[in-house]
Design a protein around this ligand. Structure first.
Ligand SMILES: Nc1ncnc2c1ncn2[C@@H]1O[C@H](COP(=O)(O)OP(=O)(O)O)[C@@H](O)[C@H]1O
Ligand SMILES: [Mg+2]
Length: 322
C-alpha cells in the first residue's frame, strides 16, 4: 500500500521555488492498477518520482511524506520518504518516462540487466546463472531470450519498452511505477504494452501505478484513478465511475472531450490553458477555466474530500454525501 500523506514538493529555481505538488492526500491499494491522469505539466512525473523517492536537486519535499508498506516473502516492510530507496527493485520499481532512451546504447541488454539487479539478490549465483534466470523470465513474458545479446538500437521501440518492463518486474516487486509507458509508441504497439502490464499485474498480484496523459489508457487498464490539475488531485475514484459519472468540472471536461464510437459530432475541447505554476491563481486553480466558478471559487482553495463513498474531489460546488 502507498499512503501519500499531506505531501508538498517544489523545484528550486533562480526566481524562487516553484510549488508543484500541493498537500496531496490519498492511498493506493494493494493489488490494483492505479492511474494518474492530467494535462502535460500538471505534476504527474513529479508525483511518481516522489513516490519512488527519487528526489534530486532542484526537486525537494516541502512537507509530508510517502509511506510504502506491505508483505514480501512473508515479511512485513514499511518505508518512508527518505529511506524508500531501500525498497527499490524488491518492493518497488520504476519505469521512467521515455524509458526506451534510458538504456545505454553501447552495451548489450544482458549487461544492463546484470547491472540493475542488486548483488545481494543474485544470491550465490554466477553471472551465467543469473542471466539464465533472466532469460527464462523473458520467455515467460513471451519475449525471446536472444534479446539479452542485443544492443538497444537493434530492438524496436516497443521491444525496448517490453525489455524495460521485464527488468522492472524481474524481482516481483509489490509496486511498479510506470511513467507514460505507451507514449511515443504507435497504437498497435501501445495495445501490446498495456496487455503486458495487465497480465503482469494479474500474475504478480501487485500494484501498478500508471501515469498517462491519455485518458484512453486509463479507461482500458486502470481500476482506480486520480485526475491531477495544476499540482493537486481534482478527483479520485473508481475508473469506471469516473468515466460514467465525473463529478469535478475538470474531469467532466476531460471525459466530454473523448471521442466516442459512432458519434460524429465534434468533441468540445477544454478552453484555456492550465495556470503557470509559478504564479498560480488564488482560490481554486481551475476556476479561470471553469464554467461554474463562483466568487468563492476565486478566493478559497477547495478541500479535497470524500464526496460519496470512495469518490474524492476538490470542488466548492459539490455537496458531501458521506
Ligand atoms: N527541473 C525543473 N525545474 C523547475 N521546474 C520544473 C522542473 N521539472 C518540472 N518542473 C515544473 O513542474 C511542473 C510539473 O512537471 P511534471 O511533473 O514533469 O509534469 P507532467 O509529468 O504532468 O507533465 C512543470 O509544469 C514545471 O513547471
Ligand atoms: Mg511527465
Amino acid at each position: 500500500m502507498i499512503k501519500v500523506d499531506n505531501l508538498s514538493t517544489s523545484y528550486e529555481t533562480i526566481d524562487g521555488d516553484v510549488h508543484v505538488l500541493n498537500d496531496l492526500n490519498f492511498t493506493i491499494n494493494d493489488n490494483e492498477i492505479f492511474g494518474i491522469a492530467g494535462e502535460s505539466g500538471c505534476g504527474k512525473t513529479t508525483l511518481l518520482r516522489t513516490l519512488y523517492d527519487l528526489i534530486e536537486y532542484p526537486l525537494k519535499v516541502d512537507h509530508g511524506e510517502v509511506v510504502l508498506s506491505g508483505v514480501k516473502d512473508g515479511k512485513n516492510f514499511e518505508y518512508h520518504t527518505g529511506n524508500i530507496k531501500k525498497s527499490w527493485w524488491n518492493n518497488m520499481s520504476y519505469v521512467p518516462q521515455a524509458a526506451q532512451s534510458v538504456l545505454d546504447p553501447i552495451s548489450r541488454l544482458k549487461s544492463q540487466f546484470l547491472d540493475s539487479i542488486p548483488v545481494e539478490d543474485r544470491k550465490k549465483e554466477t553471472e551465467k546463472e543469473t542471466l539464465e534466470r533472466v532469460a527464462d523470465y523473458l520467455e515467460q513474458l513471451n519475449l525471446s531470450r536472444d534479446i539479452l545479446e542485443s544492443y538497444p538500437f537493434q530492438l524496436s521501440g516497443g521491444m525496448r519498452q517490453r525489455a524495460i518492463i521485464a527488468l522492472a518486474t524481474f524481482m516481483s516487486p509489490n509496486v511498479v511505477l510506470a511513467d507514460e509507458p505507451t507514449t511515443a509508441l504507435d497504437v498497435v504497439v501501445q495495445k501490446g504494452i498495456l496487455m503486458m502490464l495487465m497480465d503482469l499485474q494479474k500474475k504478480l498480484k501487485n500494484t501498478m501505478v500508471i501515469v498517462s496523459h491519455d485518458m484512453g489508457v486509463h479507461y482500458q487498464i486502470t481500476n482506480r484513478m486520480a485526475i491531477m490539475y495544476s499540482g493537486s488531485v481534482a478527483e479520485l475514484g473508481n475508473t469506471e465511475d469516473i468515466f460514467g459519472d465525473p463529478i469535478h468540472p475538470y474531469t467532466q471536461m476531460l471525459v466530454g472531450a473523448l471521442p466516442r464510437v459512432g458519434d460524429k459530432s465534434a468533441r468540445v475541447g477544454i478552453p484555456g490553458r492550465p495556470p503557470a505554476l509559478k504564479n498560480p491563481p488564488k482560490g481554486c486553480r481551475f476556476a479561470p477555466r471553469c464554467p461554474h466558478a463562483t466568487d468563492r471559487c476565486k478566493q478559497e482553495v477547495p478541500k479535497f474530500e470524500e464526496i460519496k463513498p470512495g469518490r474524492f474531489a476538490a470542488c466548492h460546488l459539490l455537496k458531501k454525501e458521506v
